[in-house]
Design a protein around this ligand. Sequence first.
Ligand SMILES: [Zn+2]
Length: 102
Amino acid sequence: MHHSLLFSTFVLSRDAPSLCGTCRMLPPVFHYEFCSYDHEQELLFQDGFCCEACATRLLKALECEQSMDWAEEEVALDADEPDKSEVRKRRALWRSLLARSN
Ligand SMILES: [Zn+2]
C-alpha cells in the first residue's frame, strides 16, 4: 500500500476557510489529501486546507512514512534475498536526495 499526498489549488471565494485547518494560524494556500495506512493496514485519510508551512510538514510526514516503509522492506529483503546490492544502491541514492532537501 502506498501513502500519498495530493495538493491542489482551490477557489478562494467559494471553498476556502479563513485559516489553515492544521495550525489555525495562517491563511490556507492549498487544499490537501493525505492517505496513509497504520500498522494494521487501515486507511488513515485526512483532507483539508493548509498553509505553506503546514504543507511542508505534511510533505515531511509523507517522507517519514516512506522511510519507515523502506526500513520494513529492507528487513524483509534481508530475510528473502541474499544479494541485494542493487537495491541498497538505489536506496542510498534516494536517501541522499531526500537528505539534500532538508
Ligand atoms: Zn498551517
